[in-house]
Design a protein around this ligand. Sequence first.
Ligand SMILES: NC(=O)c1ccc[n+]([C@@H]2O[C@H](COP(=O)([O-])OP(=O)(O)OC[C@H]3O[C@@H](n4cnc5c(N)ncnc54)[C@H](O)[C@@H]3O)[C@@H](O)[C@H]2O)c1
Length: 258
Amino acid sequence: MISSKDLFSLKGNTAIVTGGTSGIGRCTADYLASAGANVAIISRHADMAKTVAKAISEEYDVLTVGIGCDVSDPVAVDHMIDTVSRAIGTADILLNNAGININGSALELNYEDWQHILDVNVNGVFLTARAFAKKLIAENKQGSVINMASISASIVNLPQSQTAYNTSKAAVVHMTKTLAIEWVKWGIRVNAVSPGYVWTEMNQIVPKEISDVWMASTPFKRFAKPDEIAGAVIYFASKASSYTTGSELLVDGGFTCL
Ligand SMILES: NC(=O)c1ccc[n+]([C@@H]2O[C@H](COP(=O)([O-])OP(=O)(O)OC[C@H]3O[C@@H](n4cnc5c(N)ncnc54)[C@H](O)[C@@H]3O)[C@@H](O)[C@H]2O)c1
């Protein structure tokens, strides 16, 4: 008898979630654990990462670890991958979720802000994915990388300008395809999830006159809940997507159809 539960089960897997203490990352970490994965929560703040990791292990009876790590720091990222391996087993699922935005048009944005956004959103994804893959290849194991991109990879958001963010997410989508092809021979799949506007802390502080414009352009006429993004991650993490690599799954309430 076939079992859809087995298809989506992550029992025996170990998942890393960067930016795992808030928003989409925090919510998805719960779903990964509820599917049976051991979970490593990564945040720049070790104390917050440890608190979230402890809460997840108590709730879902899986192994967890919380680690302080800035994903744009190559030395810290290599160390983090080794620490996860020693604490809860070598990770075979990576959710590259950490990301930042600073609004500003090309003519307004400080160069330092431009560099900071690309450092976290592009270099952070690259460094973490590469360290994760090197470890798997060294141990002759297969795995799945899921990069959190955005509709901003393919549209220009209005009414605010966010040149660096849009550029960074477009880079994440093409990096996803490139790594997918480079790593296919080792059985490491690489896919991206591109959410529309999600109701996280980042958007809850946005002035209503701006979010009204977003909702007017969203066929669903509402934000996504973080839980509505988690399913796409579980799909890419699990056997359900065993023939899928280099793919971008839009979860945007129809936004990009218009
Ligand atoms: N909220 C949305 O509408 C939306 C839409 C599309 C894509 N996204 C993407 O989803 C991801 C999660 O966003 P969110 O809405 O949950 O926001 P969030 O701010 O709650 O999550 C981002 C997380 O990344 C962490 N982080 C930032 N810089 C870091 C660094 N250098 N090292 C390690 N961690 C770092 C933050 O501390 C935070 O926990 C981001 O990549 C974001 O770009 C969000």
